[in-house]
Design a protein around this ligand. Structure first.
Ligand code: GTP
Ligand code: MG
Ligand code: ZN
Length: 285
């Protein structure tokens, strides 16, 4: 019997991997596991979860506990629509912090570019490129930007994240039309608010990589992050914060703050500073 890699097998999961406490140690999409196959080797038991390289974590729906949405992804593709749903910097900045916290590299994708004027699209593009993030502009309707997205995904482990309706599943559908049925399933599932254990769907890519589509994330917040830590996930704050008078400066109320100075000088944008303040407050309460 061929036990070669790459072919899917049905495996049972030891119940402790499902019910383990704390919740974030339970098995998640993207986890690598140790499996014991049983004769005639078509099925197996998942015995152990291997250590994770990265974690995309969210607050569990029913409790104030962390839950791993996707593990071992390398790239967090933050999908945002230019319109419908309305464009919001805060959502992007929150997801950047969540991604960096979990060890993922954020990439920003502006979809529905067909609904925006060129200048409307260029403003946030310049902003995030200025910080050092890769930005991709796409339109599913006009079939534009798809080659760049395909190239980004190729051979990599990526996860698509963003508000409901921004077009995550549509992007997958247009790139991989042969998966259209599965994409439909994802849409149906995320349309409802039920708390299933299946929170994200993984698609294997040609070669080594995979792609995970997630349901719309309204509630994805940095988890277990101290407010004082937040500044380290706003990468352009790092250098200016070295000149803050206070070591524990929140960059909000203290005098002689390097970050506020950088804001005044235009090195830090109003949008990012506003997001920082909003997230800081939500982490404090
Ligand atoms: N105008 C325009 N509409 C788009 C584009 N991409 C997707 N849409 C539409 O946006 C709607 C939502 O798309 P989905 O792919 O279901 O969005 P999603 O992000 O997967 O949403 P959830 O699964 O709820 O999180 C659909 O009606 C799409 O046809 C685009 O580039 N331009
Ligand atoms: Mg979807
Ligand atoms: Zn400061």
């Amino acid at each position: 019997m061929d036990l070669g890699e790459g072919s899917p097998r049905l495996c049972r999961i030891r119940s402790n991997l499902f019910h383990q406490e704390p919740r974030e140690s339970r098995i998640a999409v993207g986890d690598e596991v140790r499996v014991e196959f049983q004769p005639p080797h078509e099925t197996g038991w998942i015995l152990e979860r291997l250590p994770r390289r990265t974690e995309l974590t969210r607050r569990a729906a029913d409790r104030s506990e962390a839950q791993v949405l996707v593990s071992n992804a390398e790239t967090l593709i933050i999908v945002s629509a230019m319109k419908r749903p309305a464009f919001r910097y805060g959502v992007i900045d929150r997801l950047i912090a969540v991604g960096l916290q979990g060890g993922l590299t954020p990439v920003i994708l502006f979809n529905k570019s067909d609904l925006a004027e060129a200048e409307e699209l260029e403003i946030p593009t310049r902003l995030y490129r200025g910080i050092g993030y890769r930005v991709i502009q796409t339109s599913v309707v006009q079939n534009s930007g798809m080659e760049e997205l395909r190239e980004l995904l190729s051979g990599a482990k990526s996860v698509l994240c963003g508000h409901s309706g921004v077009g995550k599943s549509s992007l997958i559908q247009i790139l991989f039309p042969e998966w259209s049925i599965k994409v439909g399933e994802v849409k149906r599932k995320s349309g409802t608010g039920r708390h299933t254990t299946i929170l994200a769907n993984m698609y294997p890519l040609p070669g080594e990589g995979w792609l995970v589509d997630t349901p719309g994330v309204r509630e994805l917040m940095p988890f277990g992050m101290k407010p004082q830590e937040l500044g380290s996930y706003f990468e352009e704050f790092t250098e200016p914060s070295e000149t803050c008078r206070f070591k524990s400066c929140s960059h909000l109320r203290e005098p002689d703050c390097g970050v506020k100075q950088a804001l005044e000088d235009g090195q830090i944008t109003e949008e990012r500073y506003r997001s920082y303040g909003m997230i800081y407050d939500s982490l404090s309460s």
